[in-house]
Design a binder for this molecule. Structure first.
Ligand code: PTJ
Length: 267
């Protein structure tokens, strides 16, 4: 598909095409397309940009990942397709593991997602390193990112069936989990386990967004790009007074203002 450089909704249309192509290859659940469409609708109201409160939440998330003892980035189908490469970069910068953890679990999808992420890992290792990172150190930093998920040996208490599966050395043992596009039940279950749960969700009203410790109300591709920028700079200690509700209210306000002051963009 060709979309000219100046198209006002170029990024959104490219992401949509990535989702369509990945679905054809069998990487995604059928409902992934519906989930993506729901995300697009909220993103349209945000103006398809990272709002300042989302930047604050992204910064807080990176600070918390960096301060954690056992941080893990959990990736599902949509997040691997839209932000897999950047998730590998962020994991390399923070020094954390990635676990492939999907809601609609099948062996075929797990195999395809694992192959895709390992391929992305190889590409990221041979790419030119990020600004400020030594070219000698970068390939090893990326190689050190462990990709878990293929051999789950633990369960998330309180959940039934395949979606409860996880790895004892990954999500189960983690003190802080970054879980983009999580479902409400699992977010609640992870919180019940005493973990800090950092989520990316374009829907500020979702149970996930409301339950998480920190919610980044932003598109997942933009959120990961932002977190990488932050991880390359100076980090601070987590904010012990963090008030997630203000982040959600700000996103809802922004969306409300957009719908009351504009007729939106075309196409
Ligand atoms: O790969 P699997 O099997 O784990 O399945 C993944 C999906 C996404 C299909 C599954 O988790 C699902 O059904 O998700 P939900 O419950 O529909 O929730 C998806 C949430 O993510 C919604 O609140 C959307 O607004 C939000 N969302 C969708 N696309 C994006 C997004 N948030 C950020 N960036 C996006 N690109």
């Amino acid at each position: 598909m060709t979309i000219h450089e100046g198209h006002p909704r170029r990024d959104s249309l490219l992401s949509r095409q990535k989702i369509v192509d990945a679905h054809k290859k069998g990487l995604l659940a059928d409902s992934a397309l519906i989930a993506h469409g729901r995300g697009e609708a909220f993103d349209y109201l945000l103006g398809e940009r990272t709002i300042p409160s989302a930047k604050r939440a992204a910064r807080e998330s990176v600070n918390r990942l960096a301060a954690a003892h056992r941080p893990v980035i959990s990736l599902n189908g949509n997040s691997t397709v839209l932000a897999g490469r950047d998730a590998v970069k962020l994991a390399a910068l923070i020094g954390c593991r990635i676990e492939i953890n999907i809601f609609y679990r099948t062996d075929s999808r797990m195999n395809l997602l694992s192959q895709t992420l390992n391929l992305m890992k190889n590409e990221v290792a041979s790419d030119s390193p990020l600004d400020g990172i030594s070219p000698e150190a970068w390939p090893q930093m990326v190689a050190d990112v462990e990709i878990l998920g293929m051999s789950p040996d633990a369960h998330i208490p309180g959940l039934e069936g395949p979606r409860a599966k996880c790895c004892s050395q990954g999500i189960h043992a983690a003190d802080t989990v970054l879980v983009p596009l999580e479902d409400g039940d699992r977010c609640e279950a992870l919180i019940q386990m005493g973990k800090q749960v950092l989520v990316v969700d374009l829907n500020p009203l979702s149970r996930t967004a409301r339950t998480a410790t920190v919610t980044i109300v932003d598109d997942i591709s933009r959120a990961f790009r932002e977190m990488i920028k932050i991880a390359l700079g100076n980090l601070s200690a987590p904010d012990s007074q963090w008030d997630n509700t203000t982040i959600l209210i700000d996103a809802i306000d922004t969306m409300g203002k957009a719908s009351s002051t504009s007729f939106g963009q075309d196409g």
